[in-house]
Design a protein around this ligand. Structure first.
Ligand code: ZN
Length: 225
């Protein structure tokens, strides 16, 4: 049976918000746009993963076995704890509880096919377990969220390395823009885009996800099932 996911903080305490929707932005780092041979567009590309996509990243998570290549996309995740609707960038911070790391798992072959057909992406990015996520660090512990180093290593080899200062749209700007279309509710999660280095995951891969800010460093370990 699938385990029910709940948001947790870094000390393993459950947080008193439901696991909500996951609002994501595609193509928010220039180096990732280049690796997909895509082009930068003036309008942001938003999409949503349902709450059934959420699962804990720590210890292990499962990938689909019969749907072609499943890519890692390591992203800074933002946990919302107050409703945000039509907010300006200056008002976003009041609605943020904290930060964590997520994998925006992507069935790349399925996605390419859907893109070619002009169809939406849910089958490639919204399946059960498509958003393994870490516990959340309260925002009081991260002084400069727009200067966080993110890293993913797979079997001891660095695969993705980025810094949130290289986002095309900064965290507050992109959440403000999202809130013009989708009200963000307590327990919703925002994914902020992936830096370069996406690649195929396979069963048995050992992952290390790390997040470093000026003062501290957090690490989460996992195995792909
Ligand atoms: Zn992504």
């Amino acid at each position: 049976m699938q385990q029910i996911y709940s948001h947790q903080d870094i000390n393993g305490q459950y947080l008193p918000f439901p696991a909500g929707k996951v609002v994501c932005i595609g193509q928010n780092y220039a180096d990732h746009i280049a690796e997909l041979n895509s082009v930068k567009r003036p309008e942001p590309l938003f999409f949503i993963k349902p709450n059934s996509a959420l699962c804990a990243v720590e210890a292990s998570f499962e990938i689909p076995k019969h749907s072609g290549v499943c890519h890692n996309e390591l992203e800074l995740a933002v946990l919302i704890f107050k409703p945000l609707k039509n907010v300006t960038p200056e008002h976003v911070n009041a609605g943020i509880w904290g930060y964590g790391l997520a994998l925006d798992l992507t069935l790349r072959e399925v996605q390419s096919k859907l893109k070619k057909q002009g169809r939406p992406w849910e089958l490639a990015k919204g399946f059960d377990g498509a958003c393994p996520i870490s516990p959340f660090i309260n925002k009081s512990e991260i002084e400069y969220p727009q200067d966080i180093d993110l890293q993913l290593t797979v079997n001891g080899q660095s695969r993705q390395k980025g810094n949130t200062k290289n986002m095309i749209r900064g965290i507050n700007q992109l959440i403000s823009q999202m809130s013009q279309h989708f009200t963000l509710m307590p327990g919703d999660v925002v994914l902020t885009g992936t830096p370069a280095g996406v690649g195929p995951l396979k069963c048995g891969d050992k992952l290390e996800l790390s997040l470093s800010s000026a003062k501290s460093n957090w690490q989460f370990n996992s195995t792909v099932r």
